[in-house]
Design a protein around this ligand. Structure first.
Ligand code: HEC
Length: 217
């Protein structure tokens, strides 16, 4: 039941790249069949069905080999965050498997304006201009490694979007293809992000990093 209610919150964020990439189409670990409804209004992330379970050292090694390629892919979107985020502080010690973002290995980078993020549950409300960028990659149990999307939350001026406490959610696919952003291109494709993050409305819609992966404050 718990799983069901969690699952209900997310769908198919990589759908566009899944559909446009023959390599991904061939991968049988994507639960394409379970994506229902309009692909332009995903209800949850696409999921990797059989992710490899890596320890932190292994995950970090794979990430270090991949990160230049990842960042170069996002950067072709031309979006400033996609070009800048690698210079920001990373608040996790090693990539970790994020079930809520489709079983991808992810990292959390935050710009200077959002540095209070490093106080985690004591961060309060992040100021306008704070940007959190989460890059991601896929590691299959078979050992296959592929880039994943860049997930972004950007704090916009008051009045931007009441329901998300003025956070703008953005997703950029690994090939740099822009997937969607709140109140912009592909708005409906990222509406599901807001729904899940609303569960932690009382801490400015931020879930933070799982305990073992947090950098020291
Ligand atoms: C089913 C719930 C769920 C959905 C849907 C979801 N997230 Fe998250 N998000 C989380 C959780 C839980 C965390 C913290 C743990 C983690 O990183 O996995 C998080 C963390 C984040 C963070 C780091 C800031 C923080 O909260 O600590 C960003 C950025 C982010 N998500 C962006 C997105 C975007 C963009 C989307 C939509 C494309 C999205 N999320 C959809 C649950 C979700």
């Amino acid at each position: 039941m718990l799983r069901l209610s969690i699952v209900a919150g997310f769908i198919a964020s990589l759908l566009a790249s899944v559909l446009s990439s023959p390599a991904l189409r061939a991968g049988d670990s994507l639960q394409i069949a379970q994506i229902s409804g309009d692909p332009d209004k995903p209800r949850r992330h696409f999921r990797v069905r059989r992710p490899a379970r890596l320890d932190s050292t292994e995950a970090e090694e794979i990430y270090q080999d991949l990160v230049d390629q990842l960042a170069a892919g996002y950067a072709t979107s031309g979006r400033p965050t996609a070009q800048d985020y690698r210079a920001w502080r990373r608040y996790n010690t090693a990539p970790y498997l994020s079930a809520t973002h489709g079983n991808l290995y992810i990292n959390n980078y935050v710009n200077e304006a959002g540095r209070a993020y490093g106080r985690f549950e004591d961060a309060g409300t992040l100021p306008v201009g704070a940007i959190i960028a989460k890059d991601s990659f896929i590691v299959e149990r078979s050992g296959e490694v592929r880039p994943g999307p860049l997930f972004v939350m950007e704090k916009m001026p008051k009045g931007f979007n009441y329901v998300s406490s003025d956070w703008r959610y953005i997703q950029i696919n690994p090939d740099g293809k822009f997937f969607g952003e709140t109140h912009g291109e592909g708005d409906e494709r990222v509406a599901f992000c807001i729904g899940c993050h609303l569960a932690v409305e009382q801490q400015d819609h931020l879930f933070f990093i799982p305990g073992p992966y947090r950098v020291a404050p």
